[in-house]
Design a protein around this ligand. Sequence first.
Ligand code: P1T
Length: 388
Amino acid sequence: MNTNLNYMKFNTKAIHGGQQHEPATGAVMPPVFQTSTFAQTSPGVHSGYEYSRAANPTRTALENALASIENGARGLAFSSGLAATDCVMKLLKPNDEVIAMDDLYGGTYRMFSRIYSHFGIKFHFVDMNDLDKFKSLFNENTKLVWVETPTNPLMKLADIEAIAAICKEKQVLFAVDNTFATPYLQQPLNMGADIVMHSATKYLGGHSDVIAGALVAKTEELGEKLHFAQFATGATLGPQDSYLVLRGIKTLHLRMQRHCENGQKVAEYLEQHPAVGKVFYPGLESHPYNSIAKKQMKGGFGGMVTFTFKSGKKEDSIAFLERVKVFTLAESLGGVESLANHPALMTHASIPEENRKALGITDDMVRLSVGVEDIDDLIADLEQAFNA
Ligand code: P1T
């Protein structure tokens, strides 16, 4: 069976997209090819695989699945989400400029502001909803636009189609970190983006058992450039971890459905709770970008919910996080189990305090990754943590 067929619907692609039964044995799942190298019959004559940094059959199976679910020409699997982002940065040269969304995962902001800015690359951080301001930042050195949508942790949205149209006109590459939405809800390449990036550690893997990253390029040509940068610098995903992410993708559509249902209910519960200040969830009518969410996210709004306390007190958020029991206080997100996080002290601590304040990442803010447990148990857990 060759399933590189684009007519399939998403739920079928999640299971079969880009997959073939293993030719030697018919194994339905690809074996974990735990090998660094491959025998050649004569120098340079081989099966298509030479050395696992260049390609490994288990990783190829995952990369084909990634390309299929994001509707791209080429998928690449990395040793982490940040390694995937890092690979995109390697397309740039000194004096190039990047326009990035102002709210980003703390580690992405750290890489841009404390690693690549030292190599002569200039970054502009902007709220992409101010399209006039966004447009005013382009000049002849602008080479890349980088967007997360929804963003981590403020759940801001960027209008992918509108930004893609501007990038196309200016002939600038447009990359979207699709970690929070996943291709189940949102397919940026179909809306005009050139590159999709994932922390595959999150929903794609789905079980909190692997650190992994992914890129999907819209064209073969761009995919080849990214593969060259990956091969030349080495942050590839190992075969065992490739297998785990591939297995995760096969249930992505099932998990996302429940993440969305539970996320919506938790957001609605929080919105009416007297101790809660603001709730940030794109599926709420009160969310400032609810109309963009409805336009570009299909089938729900995901499992990430951020909120603040009406008191505005950091101590209230800390006490709450110490009391949750079904939710685990931990970094990361997107696994089957619910997690709770304090952005200012944990995932976004690397963003300077004044920038956090300006963005609205306050010290009383809690971010929930709502898992796929029974919703009654999740709400009861939040209730006891508020009440204790
Ligand atoms: O952790 P890693 O697989 O390297 O992925 C980095 C990354 C990139 N993009 C987004 C939107 C992310 O959320 C992350 C990782 N985020 C967390 C660990 C977190 O708890 O927010």
